[in-house]
Design a protein around this ligand. Structure first.
Ligand SMILES: *[C@@H]1O[C@H](CO)[C@@H](O)[C@H](O)[C@H]1NC(C)=O
Length: 227
């Protein structure tokens, strides 16, 4: 009788363990964002030879205010380029104290009708606010709907671009526009659609691009020449 009870107890324990490990497994899928810090801060030590997810920490006793500081976002970017826009990033490369904190930001300047072309951030959602001017912004949902969601933003408006989705902003007026945006990553990354598809090094073969875009070789070549 004792043995039967004991076995029964073991079975119960096994079942509970199974449920717990399943829960842990499911939860680990829910945490697809940057891991939470395990200490107050981990100022990036760019000279460390260690390859870790992010950067190794410098000795916390040596950290000072300059590790958490950046200056210059009051200055406009240079929009004298083909797109008529400029991005000034402030991420872990500029503030080493952002390492492991899962946030960063940019200033974006737009000349009249300037464009921030379709792109994605592979590691971050983005929340953007307009400080000056007017912007036409949008993003496209994933397959198979590929729905375009757009909005015209005025000064003071805020818009969100969900993680990984292709999005853009265009200055919707004759004056300059300025936006600040924050990211849910210390290092959001940028994948500009045109540059990656038509400007990769080396080139993606035309037999791939002609079929992918249902166009002939001359169209692919002329696009590749732009990037
Ligand atoms: C802005 O960029 C253009 C093109 O690269 C350059 O000719 C010009 O000198 C730059 N202006 C400033 C203020 O840096």
């Amino acid at each position: 009788m004792y043995r039967i009870l004991h076995n029964h107890k073991n079975m119960m324990a096994n079942n509970i363990l199974r449920v717990l490990s399943l829960l842990a497994f499911t939860c680990s899928f829910a945490f697809t964002f940057e891991p939470s810090p395990l200490q107050d801060f981990c100022v990036a030590d760019f000279s460390s030879p260690a390859f870790v997810n992010g950067f190794a920490c410098k000795d916390p006793n040596l950290a000072d205010a300059t590790d958490f500081f950046y200056s210059g976002l009051h200055l406009p970017g240079n929009t004298s380029n083909f797109l008529g826009s400029d991005i000034i990033p402030v991420n872990v490369a500029h503030i080493p104290g952002l390492n492991t904190l899962g946030i960063s930001m940019v200033r974006i300047d737009y000349a009249p009708w300037g464009l921030s072309p379709p792109h994605t951030h592979p590691r971050a959602s983005e929340i953007l606010t307009v400080l000056e001017g007017m912007l036409y912004v949008g993003f496209v949902t994933s397959n198979p709907e590929n729905r375009l969601i757009t909005k015209v933003l005025q000064k003071g408006d805020v818009f969100v671009f969900p993680m990984g989705l292709v999005h853009f902003q265009r200055n919707f007026g004759y004056g300059n526009a300025v936006a600040f945006a924050a990211f849910s990553s210390q290092n959001p990354g940028v994948v500009t659609v045109a540059n990656t598809v038509f400007g990769s090094n080396p080139r993606i073969g035309s037999e791939i691009l002609t079929r992918a875009f249902a166009v002939d070789n001359t169209v692919v070549e002329s696009l590749q020449m732009q990037f």
